[in-house]
Design a binder for this molecule. Structure first.
Ligand SMILES: Cc1ncc(COP(=O)(O)O)c(C=O)c1O
Length: 445
């Protein structure tokens, strides 16, 4: 224990020193702690009893709202009945039921679900599926992956290799060999203040043709993109862009992976971005909203043909040497089943879509406020990009984050962008309150 242990100021404030926090300025946080100890519906509550509207659904995950009673009950019941069942060679009913529910809502042709513990594991699993698929088909030289600049695919070595955010990569050596990147599609000069899908930029998908020409299609296993890039700054795909990627992948026998860790489960106003955009990839990576953030879980959803390709060899042989102790954990499966039921019974995907325009109006009303250089939206995803301060990147957005927190709203920042992804249960009064608070914070900068 170091000597600079933070003194307990509030009764509920634990000693903060030993916890090495993820993606957080540890020293700053420990000097300025913000702890949440309760949450319900649209709200989180701090250890000081302060109420905050959650403008980002936890971390883009609590899509059904916090502590939804049906999900809580399902997890409680599961914990009393079956804590764990061996994930390899044994199973439990819940995980099969969840796979059926997921594939029933997935795009046509996506018929299988492989469970993992997180979004990062989901991405690494999908990359391995792509390599295995080609190898079994006698195309083992297809080992390259094509990601995209500004892409975020979690923090596993596969994910950071195909990802395109420099601070997430630069400390960690050479990563996977043979990875190339498409250009990102963020362009303020062309697309500033677009509502929904930007008009400009579909041609950027054609860069895939150049990458194919450079490496030869026979060396490329898969292209992986987020339909809407989240952590890289909330980048909405230009009209026709994803369709174009699909066409080029089809032309060259390259698998297309959509990383829908943030997009799936209602965020875009449909079950998946793939269904909303009418573009079906070969593999979809998910996590977060899969259990509405209640228990960690991810899933890779795969086209039937990919699964079938693996189903070769002797009947009892293991077909895919991959999996995790907690693949399909009973508590996560119970939370997932309950979350899917809540989404469907409460019509939360439709609800997100029906609030999309109201949300967009509120968000775009920030155009013209000081330092606002772009506003972007799709479904219940929104972003306001601020002019960065010379030499102090991220400072302005962080100031907005702190001001909003002090005034009862949680927002998220990525670079100089302030991002919004509220629970799908959001009411219009919450939308008003969130954007009034953000407007005041921007004016106060
Ligand atoms: C698109 C995308 N992929 C992967 C991940 C990684 O998920 P996790 O943090 O659960 O590992 C994230 C997390 O935000 C994400 O946004």
């Amino acid at each position: 224990m170091s000597n600079n242990t933070v003194v307990n100021l509030q009764s509920e404030m634990p000693d903060l020193e030993s916890y090495w926090m993820p993606f957080t300025g540890n020293r700053f946080f420990k000097e300025n702690p913000r702890l949440i100890n309760r949450a319900e519906g649209m709200y989180c509550y701090t250890t000081e009893g302060k109420q905050l509207i959650d403008g980002v659904a936890g971390l883009w995950c609590c899509n059904a709202g916090h502590c939804h009673p049906k999900i809580v009950e399902a997890v409680q019941k599961q914990a009393e009945t079956l804590d764990y069942a061996m994930a390899f060679q044994l199973g439990h009913p819940g995980v099969f039921e969840l796979a059926n529910k997921l594939t029933a809502m997935a795009p046509d042709g996506i018929d299988y679900a492989f469970f993992v513990g997180s979004g990062s594991e989901s991405v690494d699993t999908a990359l391995k599926m792509a390599l295995g698929y080609h190898r079994i088909r006698g195309q083992g030289e297809r080992t390259r992956f094509i990601g995209r600049e500004k892409g975020y695919h979690g923090v596993g070595f596969g994910g950071i290799s195909v990802g395109g955010i420099s601070p997430n990569r630069k400390m960690f050596g050479a990563m996977l060999p043979g990875v190339d990147h498409l250009p990102h599609t963020h362009n303020i000069e062309e697309n500033a203040f677009s509502r929904g899908l930007p008009e400009w930029g579909a041609h950027l998908a054609d860069e895939l043709e150049n990458i194919v020409a450079l490496h030869d299609a026979s060396t490329i296993a898969a292209v992986i993109v987020e339909p809407i890039a989240g952590s890289g700054g909330v980048i909405i795909p230009p009209k026709g862009y994803l369709q174009r990627l699909r066409e080029i992948c089809d032309k060259y026998g390259i698998l297309l992976i959509f990383d829908e860790v943030i997009c799936a489960f209602g965020r875009t106003g449909d079950s998946f971005a793939a269904t909303r955009y009418g573009v079906t990839p070969d593999l979809i990576t998910t996590a977060k909203g899969l259990t509405s953030g209640m228990v960690p879980m991810g899933a890779v959803l795969a086209r039937g043909e990919i699964y079938d390709t693996f189903m070769t060899g002797p009947d009892a042989a293991i077909e895919f040497f991959h999996g995790y102790t907690y693949s399909g954990h009973p508590l996560a499966a119970a939370a997932g089943i309950a979350a899917m039921d809540v989404y469907l019974e409460e019509g939360l995907f439709e609800r997100a879509k029906s609030n999309e325009e109201y949300f967009a109006d509120a968000l775009h009303s920030l155009k013209g406020e000081p330092n606002v250089i772009d506003v972007r939206n799709f479904g219940l995803i929104g972003a306001v990009e601020l002019q960065g301060i010379e030499g102090q990147p991220t400072a302005r957005a962080m100031q907005v984050f702190r001001d909003c927190y002090d005034n009862g709203v949680i927002v998220r920042t990525t670079g100089d962008t302030v991002a919004f992804s509220p629970p799908l249960i959001i009411e219009r009064t919450h939308i008003d309150k969130i954007f009034e608070t953000v407007r005041a914070a921007i004016r106060a900068l």
